[in-house]
Design a protein around this ligand. Structure first.
Ligand code: SF4
Length: 697
């Protein structure tokens, strides 16, 4: 009887970008259990193991329950909120006064609710005078955001999940959808058209095993492969010329450019036979509804923006845009990566605006009723340049919110060393035990998913509501409340008086979105969003009056000034650290299982999820390589790169190609090995290509 629920409420999950709805069972207003919501249009009654276990990770022993301040002896000691906030503001003000507004910065996350992101970005930049702030979405979605912005004129993923069920050709690139987005994969499995499923991935992943065609492409040969498909489509005249002429710019230059990318050249670079490339081009041509989907294999790539655009180009030249079952579609990572892309106020001004544009600055200043001089006139540095700023001594104070830089950043030991150099590091997190929190001078205890309210925006642009169904432990506070308190202690509380609650903030976001492609002026309140089963942007009519499965560009109008999409392309570049005799293997990293999430900060707290996933680091290795190295499954091995070393259990499997190794990203040790290099447009780290060596431990 103690756990027998007396009510239920629905809310979206707080892990991945799928945005499943979970029905939380309540007893006297407190969550006691949950089941997936059956009527929600995203997940249709399904959830992955992380969703099922979402409540249990809130009870972990290492929740941060009181502010912790490092004392003179170097130990983190509990202090009052008053002392914590006074110290935070005093330290950051002192650093700013001595070294200028560039010297303090923030690093945030795609895990906060949209209202919190907008408040943080506005408080930090307009209230506290910071110039620089970025999010961990730089590690997951920056490439897709940049590719869309350049090609379409706005960061606008065009699809709805219904497209998974309506395509007859589904091309999945660098995406182990089965494991990384299992509910989306279920949508593929429900497709009644018996679709061709083409998986482009160096590894024979679970998704590749289920595909109708797996193309085990050589890492970093994607551009040659996709350009050769475009070459064949041009050669054969398989172009939807009316569509191209009416809605795009730059096709003729692109057609000329891809002449050099013959199938034979692509075969030599990618390892995919020329006949297979011809067959794929024919399949795309014959497909009535062809959709391209990509995830981190593309985004976490030093030429990711151009690879994403090579798929956008294919969709545009074949008219596979703005139609059911079509599109060039980025599957995002975190539950609110999409919110971060629009409202975090980091490298872009609120609601998809531009800090460099005086009209945009004035619009925001007018809506927020603040002097326009308070708005920075330049873009923030991206994540890696903020870290570089610590190295060069220009950044001396850092506020890290809900992300674990010391574990997840590429070339981790360097990131850790840099955080040690800071004059003052503030970490705001649910747990005081993360690698980054352990380095902090001040830890601010934050409430987690289920302990606060707001909205997330999922991969298909759908707002979903998060609710408070548990009391945060101890003195932990919702991030929204912490930001409001910081505003008061900083002395700018008046500037944020209207941002009273998350729901009041949604009202401000609606005003900010008016007239933008992401316009949500008619989205209503939380109850309306809930009632509608989530609402996609744009929403300029009542949610009850519009289709709840909408895709963009059905009218052929894109967001560049002339209303046209652009063909963008560029020759590929060599891998900066190819394998050689000393480091003969290429290391691939990625998601290991549906039961774990990123750095395991939360999922590692669930006994159920831990049982579903090996707890010690493992490395996957091809049988041919294992035989040469004298290694067998379950042997211990050392893996090392030019930057660091780890010990791992060997798992011998033909799913990785000879000359390659795979280690999941979830382990604390993985990023000891990775090489810091970045896409030049999106500044996203390229996690999946560095040279390593392996030997029995
Ligand atoms: Fe759905 Fe993703 Fe949550 Fe799993 S983690 S239940 S797929 S939203």
């Amino acid at each position: 009887d103690r756990l027998k629920p007396d009510a239920t409420t629905d809310m979206v999950c707080g892990y991945c970008s799928t945005g499943c709805s979970l029905r939380v069972h309540l007893k006297e207003g407190e969550a006691v259990n949950l089941t997936p919501t059956t009527e929600y249009p995203v997940n249709l009654g399904m959830a992955c193991p992380k969703g099922w276990e979402a409540l249990n990770v809130l009870d972990a022993d290492d929740r941060a329950t009181r502010p912790l301040l490092r004392d003179a002896s170097g130990e983190l000691k509990a202090v009052s909120w008053d002392k914590a906030l006074r110290t935070f503001c005093d330290k950051f003000k002192q650093i700013g006064e001595e070294h200028g507004p560039e010297s303090v910065a923030f690093l945030s996350t795609g895990q906060l609710v949209t209202e919190e992101m907008a408040l943080l970005g506005s408080l930090a930049k307009f209230g506290m005078g910071m110039l620089h702030g970025d999010g961990n979405t730089r590690q997951c979605m920056a490439t897709a955001a940049t590719a869309y912005k350049q090609s379409f004129g706005f960061d606008a993923p065009p699809f709805t999940y219904q497209d998974f069920e309506e395509s007859d050709v589904i091309v999945l690139v660098g995406s182990n959808l089965c494991v990384a987005h299992p509910i989306m994969w279920e949508r593929v499995c429900r497709n009644p058209n018996n679709p061709e499923i083409i998986v482009v991935d160096p590894r024979r992943t679970e998704t590749a095993m289920a595909a109708t065609l797996h193309l085990p492409i050589r890492p970093k040969s994607d551009l040659a492969f996709f350009y050769s498909l475009a070459h064949i489509l041009c050669r054969e005249g398989w172009i939807l010329r009316d569509f191209v002429d009416a809605h795009t710019n730059g096709f003729d230059g692109f057609a000329q450019f891809v002449q050099a990318y013959t199938p034979e050249r692509a075969a030599a670079e990618s390892g995919i036979p020329a006949e297979t490339i011809e067959k794929v081009a024919l399949t795309i041509h014959e497909g009535k509804r062809v959709s391209f989907w990509w995830t981190m294999g593309v985004n976490q790539n030093y030429e990711g923006v151009r690879i994403a655009q090579s798929m956008i180009n294919l969709a545009l030249m074949t008219g596979n845009m703005g139609r059911p079952g079509a599109g060039a579609n980025s599957v995002t990572g975190q539950c609110n990566a999409m919110g971060s892309r629009i409202f975090s106020n980091t490298t872009g001004l609120l609601a998809g605006r531009d800090f460099l544009n005086p009209t945009h600055r004035q619009e925001v200043a007018d809506i927020l009723d603040i002097p326009v001089e308070k708005l920075p006139t330049e873009n923030s540095l991206p994540y890696h340049q903020i870290l570089e700023g610590i190295r060069t001594g220009t950044i001396k104070g850092l506020w890290v919110i809900c992300t674990n830089t010391s574990h997840s950043w590429i070339h981790q030991s360097d990131a850790r060393d840099l955080l040690e150099k800071l004059d003052f590091l503030v970490v705001q997190d649910m747990y005081h035990t993360t690698d980054t929190a352990q380095q902090a001078d001040l830890v601010l205890p934050a409430a987690g998913w289920g302990e606060k309210e707001g909205t997330f925006i999922n991969s298909e642009r759908r707002y979903g509501v998060v609710k408070r169904v548990r009391r945060p432990p101890g003195e932990a506070l919702p991030d929204f409340s912490i930001f409001r308190l910081v505003a008061e202690y900083w002395g700018v509380g008046e500037m944020f008086r209207r941002w009273e609650t998350p729901e009041a903030t949604l009202g401000i976001l609606k005003e900010l979105s008016r007239g933008q492609p992401c316009d949500i002026t008619e989205i209503g309140d939380y109850a309306t969003i809930d009632h509608a089963g989530g609402v996609q942007w744009p929403c300029t009519e009542s949610p009850e009056a519009i289709d709840q499965q909408r895709r963009l560009f059905e009218d052929g109008h894109y967001y560049h000034e002339d209303g046209r999409a652009k063909f963008l392309f560029e020759d590929s570049r060599a891998m900066p650290e190819p394998p050689d005799t000393e480091y003969p293997f290429l290391l691939l990293t990625g998601r290991g299982a549906a039961s774990q999430w990123h750095t395991q900060t939360r999922t590692g707290k669930s006994a159920v999820l831990r049982k579903l996933y090996p707890q010690g680091v493992y490395v996957e290795m091809n049988p041919e390589d294992a035989a040469i190295a004298g290694l067998e499954s379950y042997d211990k091995a050392s893996v090392w790169s030019r930057r660091g070393e780890l010990k791992a259990t060997v798992f011998v499997t033909p799913t990785v190609q000879p000359g390659q190794l795979f280690i999941p990203m979830h382990y604390e040790e993985t990023n000891r090995l990775t090489l810091p290099h970045f896409d030049p447009y999106s500044h996203q780290p390229s996690y999946k290509d560095c040279a390593v060596a392996i030997a029995p431990a």
